[in-house]
Design a protein around this ligand. Structure first.
Ligand SMILES: Cc1cc2nc3c(=O)[nH]c(=O)nc-3n(C[C@H](O)[C@H](O)[C@H](O)COP(=O)(O)O)c2cc1C
Length: 252
């Protein structure tokens, strides 16, 4: 029998909630518009156009899928070498790249997502990426660009503090922060959205491991972090958008 104090959280992992949802009352059923597929960017934001991510993945990745899977491991020691912008573009495309826009409310990406709702945004704490000044950026997958949010040579240390002092984060070339905008998933799945969001995050993380491994870079997934500190660092409200998962990346 489930220990009482675990019951609620165990329930989250089940899909029993689906039977209790009135799907005639979801935002989708009410024909409300979907939230934007990509979080809008203020027009004054500086944008950096990335090398084409899919081409970069096909060109740079010189490992078979089998080898990438067989050698995948978490890496917390990083070399001093920076990532190139092409390598970063490849990692971004491998994790959240857009494969096909079906219509204004639905796009397919390289990772699967329940109902193709794709609730994530990707933020980057960049310390060592060639041609990028250290700071905080956000990936704009529909534009193949980065939005430059703040320039800060200490962003890596700030990321480490926000990850409860996990030291390897400060040494990473770049740390990926994935936020969710849960309304994108709730639009279709209502109260069944949240487990799907958590599952979706795993696919993104695994693609980062495999893609990074194929270019001799190392990754460590991070789910132990200070929620408020991460959200504050990214400048997100912690309610309609909040951090769910992170990964530190660096050359080995
Ligand atoms: C969901 C998740 C959360 C994790 N969080 C952390 C973390 O906060 N800090 C850390 O050092 N490693 C973290 N890891 C990495 C695991 O410790 C690692 O995957 C595990 O020790 C197995 O090692 P391997 O990835 O090399 O196979 C996380 C991994 C996953 C999948």
């Amino acid at each position: 029998m489930a220990v009482k104090r675990f019951e609620k959280n165990r329930e989250f992992l089940k899909d029993s909630i689906r039977q209790r949802i009135d799907f005639s009352q979801t935002a989708q059923a009410k024909r409300l518009p979907t939230p934007p597929l990509q979080k809008p960017c203020p027009p004054e934001t500086k944008r950096i156009t990335l090398p084409e991510g899919k081409e970069a993945l096909l060109r740079l990745g010189d490992m078979s899928v089998g080898e990438a899977i067989a050698t995948r491991e978490s890496v917390r020691d990083y070399g001093a070498a920076p990532l190139t912008l092409e390598e970063l573009a490849m990692l971004l495309w491998a994790t959240q790249g857009v494969r096909e826009v079906l219509n204004p409310s639905c796009a397919l990406r390289v990772v699967p997502s329940a109902g193709a709702r794709h609730s994530f945004e990707t933020y980057l704490a960049v310390s060592r990426v060639e041609t990028l000044t250290a700071g905080l950026y956000r990936y704009l997958p529909f534009d193949g660009q980065l939005a430059q949010l703040t320039l800060d040579p200490h962003v890596g240390q700030q990321a480490a503090v926000a990850c409860l002092g996990q030291g390897f984060v400060a040494a990473a070339a770049v740390t990926f922060f994935w936020t969710t905008l849960p309304a994108r998933m709730e639009w279709r799945y209502d109260l069944a959205a949240h487990k799907a969001i958590a599952i979706d995050a795993g696919h993104v993380g695994q693609n980062l491991y495999l893609a990074a491994g194929s270019i001799g870079a190392g990754v460590c997934a991070i789910a132990a972090y200070d929620q408020e500190a991460c959200d504050r660092l990214l400048g997100v409200d912690g309610d309609d958008e909040f951090t769910v998962y992170l990964a530190a990346v660096g050359k080995r």
